[in-house]
Design a binder for this molecule. Structure first.
Ligand code: F6R
Length: 607
C-alpha cells in the first residue's frame, strides 16, 4: 500500500529514474503520484491524481532538475485521491518534503496543535503533519535527522517515512515502524524504497532497515541508528538474486499474464529448496500440539489447500484461520506448545504480522512462508521458508500462490516421513509427481489459454458466476472466484459443491454459469451428482476436468482440460491455472487493466 522511492547520487539528474522506479512500484497503489527533487537548494515538485503515465503525459515527470529526489505512488487511506492529497507533502516554507506509507493514528490532535502554532495545511492527509513537525524541529536547531527522530516520539500508528530538506540537500533520511523500507547501495548512489524491484536495475545490493531504526542516506554511504538509544547499527549488505528483467513485462501485455506463464519455472525453482530447510519446517509442525495456518486472500487459499495436503499426507490436520480474525477466535488459548504457520507472499500483510506477533506473545512458535527475503514476517518468525517465485508485480497473486502450494506440499511430505503416516513408496510416488508438476502446469497453460480467451468472449456479459468443488478443490474454486472478482469485477462466489444445495442453488436459472473444479479424485462421482442438479435447473456448466473424463465432458457446456496423472492432494496447482487465465481474459474482454484492479493494492499494510 503506497510505493515510496528516494535516491541521492553524486551527479546526474534523478527524475527519470524516479519516474521509472515509481512505475515498478505502481502495483502498491495507483490513485495518485508525485515527485520532488532538490536543485540549487530549491525544491521542484510535480504531483497529481491518476496513474503514473497519465500524470507523466500531463506534467512530464522526467523534466525536473537535481541529483536528489523522492517519489510516491498512493493508495488512499486519509483523503480522497486528488492533487492536494498526493504525496510528497511539504512544510510551510516548501523546504521540507516527505513521503509516507502507513497511517498516523493521532494526526488530528497533532494537526490542531500545529495549526494553533500557525502552520497551514493544504491536504486532508495524516501525512502532512510530518513535514510541519520536522519544520518545527529544524526551527529549534535540530538537524533533519534529529528533527525526524523527534517526530517519531510523537506520532502513533504505522509508518515508513522518507524526508529531505533544502537545508541539507545532500541527504535523505528515513525511518520505519510497521511498513516496509529497504535500502539499496552502489558506488556513488544510495536508494530507499518500499520494495526491491524499484531500484533493482541500478543495484542488487540491499541493506535492511528494521522497525525502530533511522537511516541517513548520502551519495557516499548509509548510516543506520537505533531510535531507542541512538547506537550505530552495523548491518551487512544482502545480494538480491532477482534480476531486473524479472521485474519487466518481457513481451507480455501484462505482468499477470507473464506471471501465469512463469509458474512452471517458479515451481521448479521452489522444488530446489534445500531439503534440510523443508525438514526443519516439517519438524516444527509435526512437534506442535496444535498447528494453525494463518493467511489472507490468495495466501489463505494456499493455506486451505495446504491443510488438506497435511491431513492426507501426514495425518496432521492444521486449523485454518484468516489472520484478520485469529485473535478474536483463539482468545488467548495459545501456548508455547503450539505453532502457527504464517503464509504471506509479501511478508508485509498487517493482519498476518499482527497475528504472528500475538502468537509470539504466548511463546507460540512461528513458521513463516514468504516470497520476500528480509520482509517483516521473517523478523518475527522463528523459522522462515522463502518461496522462489521471483518478483510478482501483478496485483492479483498467481505464481506466488503456486509456490506457496509447492512449499506446503514439500513440507507435508517431509512431515509424513517424520510421522510415518504414509508408506515410503507412496511418499516417493508423490515426490515424483511434484517433480513433474512444472511440465504439467506448462501443458495446462498451453492447452487452455485459447479456451479461456474464447470463454471470456462468451461470458463477459454475465455479472455473476458460481464456483464449486469438493475436498481440496474447494480451495481451488475459492481462488478461481477471487481472481475473477478482483480483476474482472464479477460477482463470483465459491462454495463447497455439497453445500451448494443448501442455499446457493436458488441463484441458478437458465444459462447461469456454474464452474466445477472436478479432478478425477475420490470426490468426482459426488461432483457429477452436483453437476446434474445444476443442469436440471438450466445452469450453464463449465468444468475443469481431467483429460479423458468423457462423462463429465459430455455434461459440460465448456471444458478446461488438465492432463491425467496428478496426485489428488496436489490438484490445486494445475487445476487453478485455467481459472487464472479465464479471469485474465475476462478482465481484458471487459476493458479492465488486470495488473491494476480498482481499490486494491498488492501489499495490504492496514488492518
Ligand atoms: C489476491 C491477492 C491478495 C493477497 C492478500 C495477502 O490476488 O493478492 O488477496 O493474497 O492480500 O497477501 P500476502 O500474501 O502478501 O500476505
Amino acid at each position: 500500500m503506497c510505493g515510496i522511492i528516494g535516491v541521492v547520487q553524486k551527479r546526474g539528474q534523478v527524475a527519470p529514474f524516479l519516474h521509472q522506479a515509481l512505475k515498478r512500484l505502481e502495483y502498491r497503489g495507483y490513485d495518485s503520484v508525485g515527485v520532488t527533487t532538490i536543485s540549487n537548494n530549491e525544491l521542484s515538485m510535480k504531483k497529481d491524481k491518476g496513474k503514473i503515465e497519465e500524470v507523466h503525459v500531463k506534467l512530464n515527470l522526467d523534466d525536473m532538475p537535481g541529483n536528489i529526489g523522492i517519489g510516491h505512488t498512493r493508495w488512499a487511506t486519509h483523503g480522497i485521491p486528488s492533487m492536494y492529497n498526493s504525496h510528497p507533502h511539504f512544510d510551510c516554507k516548501n523546504q521540507i518534503a516527505v513521503v509516507h506509507n502507513g497511517v498516523i493514528d493521532n494526526f488530528l490532535e497533532l494537526r490542531s496543535e500545529l495549526s494553533s502554532k500557525g502552520h497551514e495545511f493544504s491536504s486532508e492527509t495524516d501525512t502532512e503533519v510530518i513535514p510541519h513537525m520536522i519544520e518545527e524541529g529544524m526551527a529549534e536547531g535540530h538537524s533533519l535527522v534529529d528533527a525526524l527522530k523527534e517526530v517519531t516520539k510523537r506520532i502513533e500508528g504505522t509508518y515508513a517515512i522518507v524526508a529531505m530538506s533544502t537545508q541539507e540537500s545532500d541527504k535523505i533520511v528515513c525511518t520505519r515502524d510497521g511498513n516496509p523500507l529497504v535500502i539499496g547501495r552502489k558506488e556513488g548512489a544510495s536508494y530507499v524504497s518500499s520494495d526491491i524491484p524499484a531500484f533493482l536495475p541500478m543495484t542488487d545490493d540491499m541493506i535492511l532497515l528494521l522497525d525502530g531504526e533511522i537511516a541517513v542516506l548520502s551519495a557516499g554511504g548509509v548510516e543506520i541508528r537505533k531510535l531507542s538509544d541512538d547506537s550505530l547499527v552495523d548491518r551487512e549488505t544482502i545480494k538480491i538474486s532477482w534480476t531486473a528483467d524479472q521485474a519487466e513485462k518481457g513481451g507480455f501485455p501484462h505482468f499477470m499474464l507473464k506471471e501465469i506463464h512463469e509458474q512452471p519455472d517458479a515451481i521448479r525453482n521452489t522444488l530446489r529448496l534445500r531439503f534440510d530447510t523443508i525438514q526443519k519446517a516439517a519438524k516444527m509442525i509435526q512437534e506442535a500440539r496444535r498447528v494453525y495456518f494463518l493467511a489472507m486472500g490468495t495466501s489463505g487459499h494456499a493455506a486451505l489447500a495446504g491443510r488438506h495436503m497435511f491431513a492426507a499426507l501426514s495425518g496432521i490436520l492444521p486449523i485454518f484461520e484468516l489472520a484478520s480474525d485469529f485473535q478474536d477466535i483463539v482468545y488467548g488459548s495459545l501456548s508455547e506448545k503450539d505453532c502457527i504457520v504464517a503464509i504471506t507472499q509479501s511478508g508485509e500483510t498487517t493482519d498476518t504480522i499482527v497475528s504472528a506477533k500475538y502468537a509470539k506473545s504466548f511463546g507460540t512458535k512461528v513458521l513463516a512462508i514468504t516470497n520476500v527475503v528480509g520482509s517483516s514476517i521473517t523478523r518475527i518468525a522463528d523459522y522462515t521458508v522463502i518461496t522462489q517465485a521471483g518478483p510478482e508485480i501483478g496485483v492479483a497473486a498467481t505464481k506466488t500462490f503456486m509456490v506457496q502450494l509447492t512449499v506446503l506440499a514439500q513440507i507435508a511430505l517431509a512431515a509424513s516421513e517424520q510421522t510415518g503416516f504414509l508408506a515410503e513408496y507412496l511418499i516417493e510416488k508423490k515426490r515424483k509427481c511434484l517433480q513433474e508438476l512444472p511440465d504439467l502446469v506448462s501443458q495446462v497453460i498451453s492447452r487452455n489459454e485459447e479456451i479461456a480467451r474464447r470463454l471470456a468472449g462468451e461470458l463477459y456479459k454475465r455479472s455473476s458466476l458460481l464456483f464449486l468443488g469438493r475436498g481440496v478443490s474447494i480451495a481451488t474454486a475459492e481462488e478461481g472466484a477471487l481472481k475473477l472478482k478482483e480483476i474482472a469485477y464479477n460477482h463470483a462466489e465459491a462454495y463447497s459443491a455439497g453445500e451448494s444445495k443448501h442455499g446457493p442453488i436458488a441463484l441458478v436459472e437458465k444459462g447461469y454459469p456454474v464452474v466445477f473444479v472436478a479432478p478425477r479424485d475420490e470426490t468426482r462421482n459426488r461432483i457429477i451428482g452436483n453437476v446434474m442438479e445444476m443442469k436440471a435447473r438450466g445452469a450453464s456448466i463449465i468444468s475443469v476436468l481431467e483429460r479423458g473424463d468423457q462423462e463429465l465432458g459430455d455434461l459440460s457446456d465448456y471444458s478446461f482440460v488438465v492432463p491425467e496423472g496428478i496426485e489428488p492432494e496436489f490438484s490445486t496447482m494445475p487445476y487453478v491455472v485455467p481459472l487464472q487465465l479465464f479471469s485474465y481474459y475476462m478482465a481484458r474482454r471487459k476493458g479492465f487493466d488486470p495488473d491494476k484492479p480498482r481499490n486494491l493494492a498488492k501489499s495490504v499494510t492496514v488492518l
